[in-house]
Every structure is written in C-alpha cells, then in structure tokens.
Design a protein around this ligand. Sequence first.
Ligand SMILES: *[C@@H]1O[C@H](CO)[C@@H](O)[C@H](O)[C@H]1NC(C)=O
Ligand SMILES: *[C@@H]1O[C@H](CO)[C@@H](O)[C@H](O)[C@H]1NC(C)=O
Ligand SMILES: *[C@@H]1O[C@H](CO)[C@@H](O)[C@H](O)[C@H]1NC(C)=O
Ligand SMILES: *[C@@H]1O[C@H](CO)[C@@H](O)[C@H](O)[C@H]1NC(C)=O
Ligand SMILES: *[C@@H]1O[C@H](CO)[C@@H](O)[C@H](O)[C@H]1NC(C)=O
Length: 386
Amino acid sequence: MESRAMVLEEGKERTTNQVKGLPITLLRVLILFVTICAVFSVISIYTLKHFGIESVVTTTVMKSSFQPCRGEQDRLLDLEDWIRPNSNPIHNMSDKELLWRASFGPRIKDYPFKRVPKVAFMFLTKGPLPLAPLWERFFKGNERLYSIYVHSLPSFQPQFSRSSVFYNRQIPSKVAEWGRMSMCDAERRLLANALLDIYNERFILLSESCIPLYNFSFVYNYMMESKHSFMSVFDDPGPYGRGRYHNEMAPLVNITQWRKGSQWFEVNRKIATRIVEDTRYYPIFEKYCRPACYVDEHYFPTMLSIEAGNALANRSLTWVDWSRGGAHPASFGKSDIREEFIDRVRSRHQCKYNERNSTVCVLFARKFSPSSLKPLLDMDSRVLGF
Ligand SMILES: *[C@@H]1O[C@H](CO)[C@@H](O)[C@H](O)[C@H]1NC(C)=O
Ligand SMILES: *[C@@H]1O[C@H](CO)[C@@H](O)[C@H](O)[C@H]1NC(C)=O
Ligand SMILES: *[C@@H]1O[C@H](CO)[C@@H](O)[C@H](O)[C@H]1NC(C)=O
Ligand SMILES: *[C@@H]1O[C@H](CO)[C@@H](O)[C@H](O)[C@H]1NC(C)=O
Ligand SMILES: *[C@@H]1O[C@H](CO)[C@@H](O)[C@H](O)[C@H]1NC(C)=O
C-alpha cells in the first residue's frame, strides 16, 4: 500500500515540474485534481485490502452482480458446481443437442457424494393439468425426492402460481401426435430433460388424466426398490400386433422380436439413457412404422426387449380400463369416484415384483376427467393415503 502511494506522489511531482509554463490558476486546479485523485486511490486501495469489495459496495443489487466475479477469484469450482441441477428447465438446445448432452453418464458406479435419488414425474399433456390440485397434495412434504417436467403444446401458456409444484416446470416442447414419431420424440425430450439432473433415478411418464393410487412414500419406495423397469411388452400375433410389422425392418428387427405395449412407462436411469441415446432403431421405426402402425406402441417395447429384455418387468404401472372395448380406454368422471372403485382399481391384480408374487401391481390410473377432481379431493384421505 505504501509503495503505491509513493508512485502516485512521484507522478504528482513530475506533473508539477512539466507544466511550469501554464497559467497559475490552471496549475492550481490541476494540482488540486491530482491530489484528490491520489487521496481517493489510497483510500480505496486501503478499504479494499482491509474490508474486501463487499463493504465498499453497499447495495444488495450491486452485491449480487459482483458475485460471479468474486466467485471466480477466490473460490475453486468443486464437484457440486458440476452436478447441481438447474432450477429452471428452460434452455435453447435443439433436440439433437439435448439428446447428445443427456446421453452423458457416469461410468463409475459409486457416487462420491451423498446422492438422494429422485423420481422424475414427466407429464405429457396438451395443455392444462386439471388434476393438478390432487398432485399438489400428493407431492406435499416430499420436496427433495422428486422433480417435475411438463411437455405441452408449444402454444400453451401455463398459469401456475409461484407456489405450485408445476410452476416453471415446462420444458421446451413441440407438437406431438398420437401414433406418430412426434409422440416418441416428445417422450424422449422429457427423458432427456430429466436426465440432465443427475439426482433423477426413476422416470415415470404420466398424462393429464392420470391419478396416483397411493401416497408418495409408497410410490417412491416401490419404484426405487424395483429391480426392473416397468415397460409394458407383449407379443401380439394378431393384426394389431405382428400385423403392423414391416418386412423392411429385418434384419435389425425380426418379426419374432416385434413387440407391442402401452406407452405409459416407468424406467430407471439406465433404461432412460438407452432410449435417449438410440440412433440404431430410430430411423427404421421412423421410416417403416407409420399409421396404421402406431409407433408409440412399438418402438420402445421392441427396442428395449431386444437390447435389455432382462431389465424389464414387461408390465406398466399405470392402470387403464380397456374392458369397455373400442379404440379408446374408458374414462372416469364424477359419478365413478367412490371408495370401492379406488379399492377395485388397486387390488384386482396379480403380478411379480422383484421375482415375488404381489398384488400391488399398479401405482397410477387413467383416464380421469376434470369432473373427478372434486370427489377425489373430498374423499377420505385414508383411501388414497394422502
Ligand atoms: C442458443 O442461444 C445462443 C445465444 O444465446 C445461440 O448462439 C445459439 O445458436 C442458440 N441455439 C439454438 C439451438 O437456438
Ligand atoms: C403411505 O401408505 C402406506 C400404505 O398405503 C402406509 O403404510 C404409510 O404409512 C403411508 N405413509 C404416509 C407418510 O402417509
Ligand atoms: C430372423 O428371422 C429369420 C427367418 O425369418 C431367421 O433365419 C433368423 O435367425 C432370425 N433372426 C433372429 C435374430 O431372430
Ligand atoms: C420380460 O421379458 C423378457 C423377454 O423379452 C425376459 O427376458 C424378462 O425376464 C421378462 N421380465 C420378467 C420380470 O419376467
Ligand atoms: C405365485 O403365483 C402363481 C400364480 O400366479 C402361483 O402358481 C404360485 O404358487 C405363487 N407362488 C407363491 C410363492 O405364492
């Protein structure tokens, strides 16, 4: 500090000598100016050294704008800086860029930090989420254990309040049409966005008409402890199964390998990565599976049963009622919501869970219309468990 003051003093001296010829008033003004400058510099250098930038910069606005600079100066980046998830899922990556980035993954199994795994709830919707209040209740109190992603029509403007779990959870979306590759693209987009958060371990795809059938902790544990990913996979020899197979798909996909399944999957991180990173099957399905081949019912089930069959439970966690027949499953409204109905949906099943017989086979159900919201919220909280 002293040496700096000296330099400044010398400078002042030199200036004085060089300007002898100038009018005396100008000279005085100049000397005064230089002195003020010198004094001010000394004071600021002193203050900086002793109290740091923060005490000089007093307003909080300025403080926050200084922080990145300060961070780079006196703090080294730690692991946390490389893995911290972004609180806002908005980005401007193209699908190609996004899928590439999402395909990154650790090759070392053990995490060198305490990783509390999260479930990524991925809502594939056209626009609003009429059952949002039910979901809000479901999520309440489990903030560190889940993340939410919503894919809607790009034109849709969500109206969620700041306090909502759905606030700011919209990912950059494109139009998705049932039965077409754009639907699989939307699902891959959801998975890819969710994969960017290293804490997400299980990934469940849901629609705006889905409801949870158990409380959060039950759902969380069921998924986390499962050895398998829940992808519905079956071989349908009929016209709506093998009948949709195209011979040009061989030899990559044989007719004996052709599978069908409901699109509502639940997968772990490994399988999610497989779906996102696929460049092998995608072009074939895009080219040869077009309506009346509904690609969202065949692409993931077929590809995954070839590539990772052992990792699949071959069933979905989402219950849907096809018993009424027709092209669309049954929809439930106000008059259907009764305790017996919920019990019936939950318990009429037999399945394997981690190689053991189980009667808990579905965790979610669809399709529930907006009119079912009130009776669902009014129902005794012991029925759904939340
Ligand atoms: C994203 O934005 C940056 C500038 O902010 C631009 O350079 C880049 O090209 C954009 N990427 C896409 C895919 O739009
Ligand atoms: C969640 O539900 C399960 C079974 O339905 C129950 O045993 C458990 O106590 C419930 N947990 C909470 C936190 O309500
Ligand atoms: C595919 O089918 C052909 C006959 O149609 C058979 O020779 C071949 O072994 C099959 N490949 C696989 C991988 O199943
Ligand atoms: C699901 O089917 C595959 C064959 O495609 C099989 O290898 C796997 O063991 C099945 N999963 C379960 C849990 O039975
Ligand atoms: C599991 O269920 C099957 C029928 O789905 C039955 O044959 C078998 O005995 C059951 N196993 C056990 C251990 O209960």
